[in-house]
Write a protein that binds this ligand. Structure first.
Ligand SMILES: Cc1cc2nc3c(=O)[nH]c(=O)nc-3n(C[C@H](O)[C@H](O)[C@H](O)COP(=O)(O)O)c2cc1C
Length: 400
């Protein structure tokens, strides 16, 4: 039986955590609860304990609690730590590694995966301090579910900050606990655009939203892979269970991709700028300086070709995306030959694919070209993840 350690923070959404406990237990997940002092102002340990069917832990310095299980055992005796609701305060404490109460001490002491379900007023969520804490926690590989957009329970305000619904958190818990076919496999996904500086305030970029790459990272993680998502600037939050590394330029993306080695699979979805300005000006180029400036360009490194030609360190499976507007299959085949990758997922971007919710792709391998029907980017991602799992499973020696 899987065991979740649920940390309940002091937010109004704490009442929803009681429902979460119920949803987990009805699927045979054991839930042990830790509550912050503030959480106990909103719901009682009695209620949480009654639904969890176990005693609830609240105090780092209570001798009986510490001798009974203790904060180190709480941190160890679980498969996953879930923080719901994760308050702005708790995110700040976690980002800084504070450990001055039972909940934060357990979080610091655990080596298990951690899933946060933030809940707070939209202004608190948008605050630069919270943004920074979120980035810090995501960079450490912690996962997030929500927050959602909607009406706030106490103020009636609308905005992003509502805690994810209990069913949504439960699904994220199952994704994080998954023993899928890609368990133990290391995957890299690149996503989003790159931006290439002209000067400190101007850049060259493209219209990639990152949606398809993020969906693929999520789908691989759901099948149990250990996923690093190297992402150019996007408005998306990292999928559950995925380690996100933020980059800007093509050269940074290449360095971050190489740092993710060794890999079983690399899926290169990012729209990498082919060229960058020869020289990024140190100061802002003045409008009235010397007429209209000519921007000389030079070629960027080819990340797909570099990873495909790594020799011994080459990932077992290297997949490129090809955005084409005409002769889609023909150009994609030429790309496989030129780059040395294994598969190309060719998409026709002559319509509204860039930034849109759907995609029409052709999966091209050395021996097949399979046109998939138009579907949501999440659907393309799940289908591709299943294809990847089939190939990696077959390539793993000693597996049935
Ligand atoms: C009525 C009320 C509702 C609150 N709701 C939230 C909330 O939804 N999210 C949040 O981050 N803080 C909220 N707070 C503030 C937290 O309770 C406060 O920051 C507390 O110190 C959090 O402690 P903890 O992180 O240890 O649980 C609320 C406070 C009150 C009085």
């Amino acid at each position: 039986m899987k065991r979740v350690l649920l940390i309940i923070g002091g937010g109004i959404a704490a009442y929803k955590s009681l429902e979460l406990i119920r949803r987990l237990r009805e699927r045979d997940v054991a839930v042990r609860v830790v509550m912050t002092e503030a959480a106990q102002r909103f719901i009682t340990p009695l209620a949480a304990g009654a639904i969890a069917g176990e005693r609830v832990f609240t105090d780092l310095f209570d001798q009986a609690q510490e001798f009974d299980v203790g904060h180190i055992r709480l941190a160890r005796e679980c498969d996953l730590v879930v923080v719901a609701p994760a308050t702005a305060d708790f995110m700040a404490k976690a980002a800084h590694g504070l450990a001055n109460d039972l909940a934060s001490a357990v979080l610091l002491a655990t080596a298990r995966p951690i899933l946060f379900a933030p809940a707070m007023n939209p202004q608190m969520w948008a605050n630069a301090a919270t943004r920074r804490n979120l980035e810090t926690l995501q960079a450490r590989g912690l996962s997030f579910v929500g927050p959602n957009e909607g009406e706030m329970a106490e103020s009636g305000e609308r905005g992003v900050g509502r805690m994810a619904e209990p069913e949504q958190i439960r699904d994220a818990v199952f994704a994080a606990l998954s023993d899928g076919p890609l368990k133990g496999k290391r995957a890299l996904v690149t996503a989003g655009p790159t931006i290439e500086a002209i000067d400190p305030v101007r850049f060259l970029s493209n219209r990639s939203s990152g949606k398809q790459g993020y969906a693929i990272a999520a789908a691989l993680a759901q099948l149990g892979a250990d996923v690093t998502l190297v992402s150019g600037p996007t408005n998306l939050s990292a999928p559950v269970g995925v380690k996100r590394v933020n980059v800007e330029s093509a050269r940074e993306m290449l360095a971050a991709s190489e740092a993710a080695l060794p890999l079983d699979v690399a899926v290169m979805v990012a729209a990498v700028a082919d060229w960058r300005p020869m020289k990024a000006a140190k100061g802002k180029i003045k409008k009235d300086a010397a007429g209209i400036p000519a921007i000389a360009l030079q070629e960027n490194p080819d990340i797909l070709a570099t990873l495909s030609k790594l020799g011994k360190k080459r990932p077992k499976l290297v997949i490129g995306f090809a955005a084409e507007t005409d002769h889609v299959e023909e150009h994609a085949r030429a790309k496989i030959a030129k780059k040395g990758c294994d598969w190309i997922v060719a998409n026709d971007v002559s319509g509204d694919v860039m930034g849109g919710a759907e995609n029409t792709v052709i999966l091209i391998t050395k021996d097949k070209a399979e046109a998939w029907p138009r579907m949501a980017k999440e659907g393309v991602a799940r289908k591709l993840a299943v294809e990847i799992a089939a190939v990696l499973d077959a390539k793993s020696p000693g597996r049935k």
